[in-house]
Design a protein around this ligand. Structure first.
Ligand code: GDP
Ligand code: MG
Length: 824
């Protein structure tokens, strides 16, 4: 019988995992090993994938993958585990106490995804790294320095891993960090809700023979369940000091640091290096390899020979290169192969499976002796109840779509109120400076350049904060992981992976972290494909442009137009994905094995803090790159000053005044406007605009729109600030504060050419412009993120080019077809 044949609510025992390579390894790490009990919880609203409960955690598998797991009823498994290896054997003390003169301790945080490493890291270092309630949030290592008890701690937050094998880039990264950087103490952060699976990683750290202190995190959950865990005994059994922590409340952290110091100074008597017993035969193989490895002292100086032997038996390719410097390299490799064959013929199993089994056996043994479960699990059942609604067969999908819709509407409708306040504040400041400062270049720069540019962007801060609030809410509660579960089937239709969904949603916030978040995808092609379509997720920087232009042209329906734009982006990304999947990446994708964490109530405070961290980034951008760009654009539009006008406007105005016309009369204003726009046309930016006009004219844009788009390459918000500078200055009649940028845009008219006198932003031209902004090249930060993450600038160039080609084609089609049917 296979797992796929079970129904919701059924339980069974795993008898075998078929399949090969990465898939199999991944399953093993999540606890899919022989003899483990598994329960079917439910299938996703679209029937696939299915959620299972194994080793105290919820994991989802696609049906096709579940059919590779063979299961039997529990009775048939009674006599399994009788002679399983994994008991604790031989140990050695770590030697005498040595006073260490150095006062710096290098600490690395290692642990399963979502175990609370970053929360701990933020606590001790007072930083605000990104935490979220789903696997794979930390994708980079982060370092912080702080002092405690006279020691300088240099602490590194590493990506989460389930094991230290060669399975994913994170695992390799963490393993290399431990092996090459050699931190003094590894703090293994363990989720108390999930001891069996978390301690599996600990067992690998034990094999590596590194100095470990175990932070038993989420201890609050364990207490709430009323489970009893004998910490002292567990410390003895593992040879590792176990310190309970509740990191999001900051509890137990000082004790943890004190223990790190004690262990670092070799003052903890319980700390010793234990050997996990892999059973007689495997131990024999290990011993044989160890003897061969010990010939090369330079090797054993750096790594434990037992660890290398185990890795060789596990056929871990990355470790093969470790021994390449050994003179008897060939001999070691041959012996490893021989031993592998010997084990296989003895047990009819691969050595790596036996090793994993033994590790789980060791963990199970240690827990059996130390843990008394009360049976109650309020956290889990609460989570189950919530999940019952949020991933419900019929309700799941509508709830999710409803949430998305609500998110966009809140962003626009709710954000509109503070937006108008800030807008009037900015206007007030502009007109105040305009009337109180001496006329001249400095005033023009301040009012038109700085306030026009930065002010145009800052008004969107509330909208952006609301959007970030919603994204943080999804991340921190654990809903984000469910969206991957709900959406896997749909994503699959488009050649994507359920896990691609999280980066794509994050893309609505900012494309840069979204591109980094693709690291959770194990398969390189899946990753690349996801990266290529992320730019179509309208990031928060595009929102100001949407709000401005949609608000100006479709005043009553701006919210709907914006929602439509987001959806067009999504639909296009899916189509493009199918296309690329079929031409660029024709191979299979990675398995969908994903942990679904328990729901947490992060509290409004935490969400607001996360929202603010992201918002602060936006503000920083405003002060830096946007300010610079605004000034540059202003200067390009301001100079040169000595323009030869086609008519002598000054004299025309003077003549009008002479005959007694009121200085504020329309006839004078017309002259002023004509003069200013003629001047702008001759300015540097005007010349650039005229040069690119042939390219953008078929899309229905005037040269100012063209320039705005070009400057948007630095950051999309700059499109708005450029428009602010160009259109605001256009008036040139000192009426700065009386009209908002939005109104100016809706009132823009062509001053010359065949369309003279008609509106620039017709609904059709506006739509064409909005679509162009949606599709065209992502900002420079995204391009460089793609280059970095894909490891090749070729892909970065590709993104740059193909998105712009799509933007042009779509806008062209919309504008030309629309004009044909006279929609404009
Ligand atoms: P990481 O993936 O290991 O870096 O984990 P994070 O630091 O991102 O935390 C994952 C989730 O667990 C977040 O929602 C935290 O707020 C939450 N969390 C962290 N520590 C604790 C704890 O001690 N108790 C409880 N109940 N939740 C915690
Ligand atoms: Mg983290």
């Amino acid at each position: 019988m296979t797992l796929n044949e079970l129904h919701s609510g059924d339980s069974a025992t795993i008898s075998r995992v078929r399949g090969r390579g990465a898939f199999r390894k991944r399953l093993t790490e999540m606890g899919f090993i022989r003899g483990k009990q598994i329960t079917v919880l439910k299938s996703a609203p679209l029937k696939d994938p299915v959620e299972y409960r194994i080793l105290d955690s919820n994991v989802s598998l696609r049906r096709s993958e579940a059919s590779l797991v063979e299961v039997v009823s529990e009775e048939d498994f009674k006599d399994f585990l009788l002679d399983s290896p994994g008991r604790i054997s031989g140990s050695q003390h770590r030697g005498p106490e040595v006073p260490r003169p150095e006062k710096v301790i290098e600490v690395a945080l290692v642990g399963n995804p979502n175990s609370g490493k970053t929360t701990l890291f933020n606590r001790v270092s007072r930083s605000r790294e990104h935490v979220g309630n789903y696997a794979g949030v930390t994708v980079d290592s982060k370092e912080a320095i702080f002092s405690h008890q006279g020691y300088t701690f240099r602490i590194t937050d590493l990506p989460g891993t389930y094991s230290l094998s060669d399975f994913s880039s994170e695992e390799r990264f963490v393993r290399e960090h431990i092996m090459l950087k050699k931190p003094d103490v590894v703090v293994n952060v363990v989720d108390a809700n999930n001891l069996e699976r978390n301690l599996y990683l600990t067992s690998q750290l034990i094999d590596m023979d590194v100095t470990v202190v175990l932070a038993l995190n989420m201890y609050d959950d364990l207490l709430e369940r009323k489970d009893k865990l004998d910490l002292a005994l567990l410390s003895k059994l593992l040879g590792i000091r176990v310190v309970p922590t509740i990191s999001h409340r900051g509890k137990g952290i000082f004790r943890l640091l004190n223990h790190v110091i004690r262990v670092f100074e070799n003052k903890d008597p319980d700390i010793r290096h234990i050997h996990i017993n892999y059973g007689e035969e495997l131990e024999q193989s290990i011993q044989r390899l160890q003897e061969l490895i010990r010939i090369t002292p330079s090797l054993t100086d750096h790594y434990s020979s037992r660890f290398i032997s185990l890795k060789l038996l596990e056929k871990d390719d990355n470790c093969a290169f470790l021994i390449s410097e050994a003179p008897n390299f060939m001999e070691i490799q041959d012996s490893a192969r021989e031993e592998g064959n010997r084990i296989r013929s003895l047990f009819k199993e691969e050595a790596d499976t036996l090793i994993t089994d033994a590790r789980y056996g060791f963990v199970a043994g240690a827990l059996k002796e130390t843990m008394k479960r009360s049976g109650a699990n309020p956290g889990f059942s609460r989570s189950q109840r919530i999940d019952g609604i949020l991933t419900h067969k019929y309700l799941g999908l509508p709830i999710f779509l409803g949430f998305l819709w609500l998110m966009f509407h809140a962003t626009f409708t709710l954000g509109n109120y503070p937006m108008t306040w800030i807008e009037s504040g900015v206007d007030l400041l502009g007109s105040f400076l305009n009337s109180h400062m001496a006329e001249g270049i400095f005033r023009d720069m301040l009012v038109d350049g700085v306030i026009g540019g930065v002010g145009g962007v800052i008004v969107f801060l509330p909208n952006i904060l609301i959007l970030f609030f919603c994204i943080s809410l999804m991340e921190d509660t654990g809903y984000m992981a469910r969206t991957a579960f709900i959406m896997d089937k749909v994503m699959h239709l488009f050649g994507l992976h359920g896990k691609s969904f999280i980066p794509l949603v994050m893309g609505f916030g900012c494309n840069v972290p979204a591109i980094m978040a693709t690291r959770t995808l194990e398969n390189r092609n899946d990753r690349l494909l996801t990266m290529l379509i992320i730019p179509f997720m309208s990031c928060s920087a595009r929102l100001p442009v949407y709000v401005l232009v949609a608000g100006a042209i479709f005043p009553g329906h701006a919210g709907n137009v914006i929602f439509l734009l987001y959806m067009v982006g999504v639909v296009f990304s899916m189509l493009i994905s199918i296309l690329f999947k079929n031409i660029l990446f024709k191979n299979k994708e990675a398995p969908f094995v994903m942990e679904l964490p328990v729901y947490r109530n992060p509290g409004v405070k935490l969400i607001i803090r996360h929202m603010w961290t992201k918002g602060a980034h936006y503000l920083k951008k405003m002060g830096g790159v946007i300010l610079l760009a605004s000034l540059l654009i202003w200067a390009l539009g301001y100079f040169p000053r000595d323009v030869e006008y086609s008519r002598d406007y000054e004299q025309l105005i003077a003549a009008e005044l002479e005959i007694g016309t009121d200085p504020s009369a329309e006839s004078i204003a017309v002259f002023q406007r004509q003069m200013e726009s003629e001047r702008q046309l001759h300015s540097f930016i005007g010349r650039i605009g005229v040069a690119i006009e042939p390219v953008i004219r078929p899309l229905g844009f005037d040269w100012k729109m063209g320039i705005s788009l070009v400057t948007g390459f630095a950051a999309k918000e700059i499109v708005v600030s450029t428009m602010g500078v160009l259109y605001q200055a256009d008036a040139g009649d000192g009426t700065y504060g009386s009209v908002s940028l939005q109104q100016r845009i809706s009132e823009q008219k062509y001053s010359s050419g065949p369309k003279a006198g008609t509106a620039v932003f017709t609904p059709l031209a506006g739509m064409s412009f909005l679509l162009f902004v949606l599709f065209y090249l992502p900002c420079i930060a995204v391009i460089s993120a793609v280059g970095r993450e894909s490891g090749s600038w070729k892909w970065a160039g590709f993104v740059l080019f193909y998105t712009t080609a799509i933007a042009w084609t779509v806008s062209f089609a919309v504008y030309q077809l629309g004009s044909l049917f006279q929609l404009g």
